[in-house]
Ligand binder design. Structure first.
Ligand SMILES: O=C(O)CCC(=O)C(=O)O
Ligand SMILES: [Fe+2]
Length: 440
């Protein structure tokens, strides 16, 4: 390996390390005051008698007061395959559908959405917001739990999950976010009653819905929650975020600049590829990647923003193998099976907005292909299974699924040097200094 090649490898490794280790938030949690006048929840009673009521702002609630609510609940099911199943070895809990109760608790007025926007849409454009859709009331009593799972994408817009825990005395029932709680061990029982304040509060945790999570068994008391599906939507109002001096973003911009000026990296241009770290719900029968240019999660959004800061054109694509060749495309909607013999490959590729791709180390004279340098592998890295299992039969699924990737157009060297020295003269100076000291 000559000196130049090793420099570019080091720069690429640096970028990869930063993409994986400079971590944008993927969850948030905390407590907020529960308005004393908005703590009541009314629920229907099966026997047609007057509705029941429970006031969660009354922090002295006893298990007996809660029992009336438990009595009207049903056993909670969960999605497996394309069905809702009841399996007490996987989930033991009680639920009440939204048609059966009405709550005074106002998620918008509670202030929690501002925190969530700031954390979970941190590196996204200001015109994106999350809309909370109340999903269920759940009660976890002694011995209740929910084994590790990811939340089923019931809509293409599903982005994150929010759990609100009311202040009822309980122990256990920790929510572990990430595999075995690698991201957060959320102990709502402690959070709710630890503080000095005697005023009622609620606890909350929000996380991207494709992140694995589990609920450890409740040991005593009742843990009562409202769960919300947070759907992505556009907004005119806009949220202000101050990210111009954001350290993770700056770190990525600097390492990207180093790659931009590396002489032996894609000298005649091509693209940088990033395997997306998170999953995004897609309907494979109608894959619309325009959706994905709208909002990305955590580090995926951070990478896109860093590329855009530099002026690189980025797009989300689907990656797949086809007869041992590799492609990126905008969708997978095509009758490839029947048409392979009748239509030319280029016609088919065109119809799905596709392009054949090659590694920059592979020599080809075919001008239609794109040289992609993969910064992070073109496979998913956040473990999440079964969330797509609701679609189609196995054969079709295999056929349709490709991993989602972010592709950034990477101009030829001369143009890159121009971009960097015009836009980031300071960074160029710093890189030169670093190089000089490395040479000594
Ligand atoms: O109650 C919790 O903290 C999480 C419950 C959960 O994972 C779900 O309802 O899908
Ligand atoms: Fe869940």
């Amino acid at each position: 390996m000559d000196a130049e090649e090793s420099t570019s490898n080091a720069v690429l490794e640096d970028l990869k390390t930063n993409v994986l280790n400079v971590v944008a938030p993927s969850f948030c949690s905390g407590t907020l005051p529960l308005d004393r006048s908005l703590g009541s929840l009314f629920f229907k009673r099966g026997d047609g008698s007057d509705p029941g009521m429970i006031d969660f702002a009354n922090v002295g609630l006893q298990d007996g007061d809660i029992q009336k609510l438990v009595d009207v609940c049903q056993q909670a099911t969960f999605g497996r395959g394309d069905q809702d199943v009841l399996d007490e070895s996987y989930r033991k809990a009680w639920k009440l559908d939204t048609s059966e109760f009405s709550t005074q608790f106002d998620i918008i007025r509670s202030g929690v959405m501002n925190i969530i926007h700031d954390q979970l849409l941190h590196y996204e454009k200001n015109n994106m917001k999350l809309e909370p859709h109340l999903y269920k009331l759940n009660i976890y009593g002694p011995g209740s739990f929910f084994k590790p799972h990811v939340d089923t994408p019931r809509s293409q817009d599903l982005f994150a999950t929010l759990v609100v825990v009311f202040p009822t005395v309980h122990t256990g029932g920790n929510l572990l976010i990430g595999k075995e709680g690698s991201l957060l061990n959320f102990d709502s029982s402690k959070l709710l009653f630890d503080s000095e304040s005697q005023s009622p509060q609620f606890a909350f945790a929000a996380f991207y819905s494709d992140i694995e999570h589990e609920l450890l068994p409740v040991e005593s008391g009742y843990r009562i929650t409202l769960t919300y599906n947070l759907h992505l939507a556009e907004t005119q109002v806009g949220f202000t975020k101050s990210i111009s001096l954001d350290p993770p973003l700056n770190t990525l911009v600097v390492t990207l600049c180093a790659l931009m000026v590396a002489k032996d990296v894609l000298p005649t241009g091509g693209a940088l590829g990033f395997g997306l770290l998170y999953k995004y719900p897609v309907d494979p029968k109608d894959l619309d990647l325009a959706q994905f240019t709208r909002a990305l999660k955590g580090n995926d959004a951070l990478v896109r923003m860093a590329c855009e800061r530099i002026g690189l054109k980025v797009a989300v694509k689907v990656f797949y193998n086809w007869n041992y060749d590799e492609y990126i495309a905008d969708n997978t909607q095509d009758e490839r099976r029947q048409s392979y013999e009748e239509r030319s490959l280029s016609q088919i590729l065109k119809s799905i907005g596709g392009r054949r791709i090659y590694s920059p180390y592979y020599y080809t004279t075919d001008e239609d292909t794109l040289s992609i340098l993969w910064v992070t592998p073109k496979k998913r890295m956040v473990p999440a299974d079964a969330s797509f299992m609701t679609y189609g039969n196995e054969y079709t699924m295999k056929y349709l699924y490709g991993d989602l990737v972010l592709v950034a157009e990477f101009p030829e060297l001369k143009e890159r040097l121009e971009i960097v020295s015009t836009k980031f003269p300071q960074i160029v100076e710093e890189l030169k200094l670093k190089e000089a000291s490395a040479d000594e």
